[in-house]
Structure formats: structure tokens, C-alpha cells
Design a protein around this ligand. Sequence first.
Ligand SMILES: Cc1cc2nc3c(=O)[nH]c(=O)nc-3n(C[C@H](O)[C@H](O)[C@H](O)COP(=O)(O)OP(=O)(O)OC[C@H]3O[C@@H](n4cnc5c(N)ncnc54)[C@H](O)[C@@H]3O)c2cc1C
Length: 444
Amino acid sequence: MLNMRPLTPDLTCAFDRRAFLTGAAALGMTSLAPASGRAEAVKTSARIVIAGGGAAGLTTASRLSRRLDGADIVIVEPRAEHFYQPGFTLIGAGLKPAGYAVLRTADFIAPGVRWLQESVTELDPVASKVVTDKGTVLAYDYLVVATGLTLDYAAIEGMDRSLIGREGIASVYAGAQAAELSWQALAKFVETGGAGLFGRPATEMKCAGAPLKQTFLADDHLRRKGTRGKSEIIYNAHNPTLFSVPLVDAKVRELFARQQFKTNFSHVLTRIDPGKHIATFSTPTGPIDLKWDFINVIPPMRAPQAVRNSPLPWQSGDFAADGWIEVDKATLRHLRFSNVFGVGDVNGVPKGKTAASVKWQAPVVVDHIAGSITGKGGTEQYNGYTSCPLITRVGQAMLVEFDYNNNLTPSFPFIPPLDELWLAWVIKERALKPNYTAMLRGLA
Ligand SMILES: Cc1cc2nc3c(=O)[nH]c(=O)nc-3n(C[C@H](O)[C@H](O)[C@H](O)COP(=O)(O)OP(=O)(O)OC[C@H]3O[C@@H](n4cnc5c(N)ncnc54)[C@H](O)[C@@H]3O)c2cc1C
């Protein structure tokens, strides 16, 4: 029973209109026309190293391989499996199996691009070279840093990845299997009800909407099962807000009140005691303990060690402590090393830690590399576009999209961003994955 997906929503209508929606999403939200247009390929023998072959690395390599003719493009990526991470939330809610989020890196390496299945251990932008765990030294003319981020579970005392799925502990961020184990923990909680603890880390994080979606989905499961009445849902926000965009924050507060969630502000998870089911939070007035029957643990997130150990992170300011790299927020070019660019989660920019952001970032980086090679310079700019289909129950979501200035930037004029809609749910549940894989191939 636990591994079944009992709450598959009634998507009869979704199937009827699926082709239309998939096409609409492809053309609207993710605009199939490349942001940089169809420029003629630039002839070059430039050596380009892409550190990391996840969403950002694969997308950038695919686009570079079409934009440049003759370049030596190498992706350094240790993993044969590629995770479609937006699927983790659906797996963690019992709506998809673990395999839904597991793809093969090899299927997305563009023709002509070399894949070195190793890890970058040293980034040396002074000597313009990277070194891998197997001792390979790659000299480059251009470096694209696309290593994503690391999950720092060790920063929460008592927490370990092996606890996921046990003792009422869920954590979908750790991967597809972890997401399925998280569903098992949630399914048990749904049977019995009790105290459910939710929240987010105090660091920058990818998909900052995920902690909210998971809270709404747990609430929905409890209501459908009839155990919501004997449950308490407690959301621990890391600061005085629920979302960094004020308009969205106001809407989420309204929805949290409607769903009768208890919200604690400025509560950051620092310790768990899995035996006693007690979580400790730091608060402005000192540590407090909360008891859980179910806890959704989302760890602090930082730049990977190889990046943190390099000269690439910000040296001061908000992004320095966790090692996010120092790029210009519009061109994504490194501010001190002009032949280095960043794409994806690793960038020290105020927004943009989503796959949807990668879609708009990669063309900018490709444009500036091509412009640097031709000597004409690049013109494309990234405006901070970030998208978060905020699920509020099974079969319903808000398609929240915004930019650096906290403006809402809806792709579809006919989808109000702060309305809970079946259409937005279908985009998340049906259209996003084909769009994502098209993006990896440089086609979206
Ligand atoms: C639960 C969850 C829900 C999400 N929901 C959404 C959503 O609904 N919509 C959305 O747009 N986005 C969503 N995202 C965010 C999205 O998945 C990420 O923002 C996106 O994957 C970022 O791409 P990236 O390439 O920067 O990082 P990743 O895709 O994580 O790739 C980084 C790659 O770098 C590699 N790497 C790391 N260190 C090294 C090294 N030293 N050497 C070589 N390679 C290295 C890794 O193996 C990995 O393959 C979600 C993420 C999660 C976890």
C-alpha cells in the first residue's frame, strides 16, 4: 500500500487537452525560439571546459555546440545518471515512481561534445586550467562553471541521509530514491496524523517553492485520508517571510491561514534527535525544541567544495560564506576572471536557482562566449527569470514566475500567476519534463 500512488488526480480532462497544453507550455513558458536567435555558427578552435553536466552544463554544451564550429567542448561530469529534480516533489508526494526522475547523462551529450566522466577537484582561473580527481589537467580558453550546489546534511546535528524514510523523516532533495523513501514516511504519517514539521534552510536554496509545495501536498493527503483533524501542520520559516517575492509572500500567507497551518518565523533547524523525534530550531530568542511525527528536512545548500576552495566565489557580501561564484548578474560573466562564466545554481546572483532559470541563463552565456570569440562582444542579458509552479493541492497550482526586481513575469497572459489553477498543475505535472529534456538538448 505504501508504494502505491493512491492520489493520482483525476486528469481525464488533462489527457483530452494534453497535446494542446504541452504545446502551449513549450511555446509559452519556455519559448522554443532560442533567446539568442539563430545566428550563423562561429568558426573557432577555442577550448571550452564545462564543469558539471547537470541541467545547466548539458544545456550550455548543447547550445555551444550549435553556435560554434570547430570548438573543443568538454563536459566534466562524474554521474552517468541525470536527475530530473523537479520530479522529486511529485515522487515525494506519491504521485510518481522514483524512475520518473532518473535519466541518462549520455542521452543529452550533444554531438561533437566530449564527456569526461570525472570530477573537477581544482579550478585554477589564474592558470586557466581545471584538474580532476583522476589527475586529468584541462587547459581552457573559456570555463563554464555549472556544478550546481551541495546539500550540507552534516550541518544539521544528528541528521544523516540514511535516516530518510525512517522515524518520520522525509527529505526529497537527496535524490529520486530519497524522494520515494520520503513518500513512505509521509504515507505513514497520513495514516495516523500527528505533528508535521516543515520548513526551509537559512542558506540560498534551489527551488525555494518546494518546501511550500510539500507542505500543501502533505495537508492535501491528510485531508483526503480524513486525518487532518488530528494533525497539526507547523511551517518553520527561516526569516520573517514565507517567500522572497513580496506579492507571492502575501498570497502564501493567505493560503497558509486558509489551510490552518501554524507558522513560526525566524526558526532554523539546527539539530534532530531521531530517537526522541525532537527537532531543535535556532530562533531570535534562543533554541526551541519541537516534537514531530513527521518532519521534512531540507538541508543548508552551498557551492561544491571544489568551487569553494577556488578563487571563484564572492570574497565578501551575502554570497561569500557559502561559496557562490562572483558573476555579473546580467551577463553571468565572472567579475574577476573574464574567460569564466557561471550557469545554474552555483551562481552568486539574487534569484535563479531553478531549471527554468537555466533555460534563460544558458543562451546568455553562449552569446557572450561567441561574442568574445568574434571580438564583437555579447548583448544578451539575464533578468533573473525564475519559475516555480507552486502546487497547493493535487490537481492545482499557481504558476509563479518572477525576475530580479520581484516583478511577476507570467509567460501566459491567460494564466493569472497567483490563481490556483488546474492548468498550472498540468503544466507542472505533464508539460515540464518534456520541456526540460528539450532544454537539455538546446531546443527549448
Ligand atoms: C526538490 C526539487 C524541486 C525542484 N523543482 C523545480 C521546479 O519545479 N522547477 C524548476 O525550474 N526547477 C526546480 N528545481 C531546481 C532545478 O532542478 C535546479 O535548479 C537545476 O537542476 C539546476 O541546474 P544545475 O546544472 O545548476 O545543477 P544540477 O542540475 O544539480 O547539476 C549539477 C551537476 O554538477 C555535477 N557536479 C557537482 N560537482 C562537480 C564537480 N566537482 N565536478 C564535476 N561535476 C560536478 C553534479 O554531478 C551535477 O550533475 C527543483 C529542485 C529540487 C531539488
